[in-house]
Design a binder for this molecule. Sequence first.
Ligand SMILES: C[S@@+](CC[C@H](N)C(=O)[O-])C[C@H]1O[C@@H](n2cnc3c(N)ncnc32)[C@H](O)[C@@H]1O
Length: 221
Amino acid sequence: MDHEDKKASEATARVFSGGLNKKQVIDYYNNWEDYETHLQPGRYNGPLYAAEAADRSFPSNKDTVQILDVAAGTGEVAEELVKKGFKQLDALDPSENMLRKARAKNIYQKIYCEFLSKEPSPNITNDAYSCVVISGGFGSGHIPPGALVELIRITKPGGMIIIVMREEYLDIEEYRDSLEPLMEKYQKDGLWELVERSIVHKYFCDKTGVIFRFQVKHKSK
Ligand SMILES: C[S@@+](CC[C@H](N)C(=O)[O-])C[C@H]1O[C@@H](n2cnc3c(N)ncnc32)[C@H](O)[C@@H]1O
């Protein structure tokens, strides 16, 4: 790990390693000026992995796929999705300053400045998207496990939910007994089906990532 990787790791650890509440997490992102230097492609490959997973999910007619990029940040995932041919992209993130940088890229159509939580967003209708993608949005103080139901609510039956995150975060206290168990419960309940669970190298520096792809099934209304 070189000096720049070390600085990026330290900056990332401060917001992901626990002890921060929701407001402190967003304040941190709002003031993280070097975010795109620290989390640049090559060092942070979540956006690329997310776009590749979307590409595997929708091999054709990409320009018709309506995608919500959750925890969109500065729009790095959208930049990779555009390279793959996706065009209809909306963003959701609670950090105004991260979204300001994303907005300047002119990639997204709608932008929602809000948290993803278990409560339904009043601004997003049921079954609104063919695909919801999240890279780097799961970790301590970030998206709670209970928000998986909201992902299912806003995704059309037959649509895809793609989650890319650091593998070791599956084992943090907030997720250990709830995130994958809930994923499994929703599979048993017939709400979605796991299409892929794969481990990838160099998700962030030398850390491995995990990619989940779920296909949404029927939903009781
Ligand atoms: C590491 S950044 C990832 C940004 C982008 N997805 C990427 O991969 O480049 C994490 C983002 O999660 C957002 N975030 C934190 N808690 C969230 C929540 N509950 N709902 C949605 N986004 C959240 C932060 O504001 C931040 O922009």
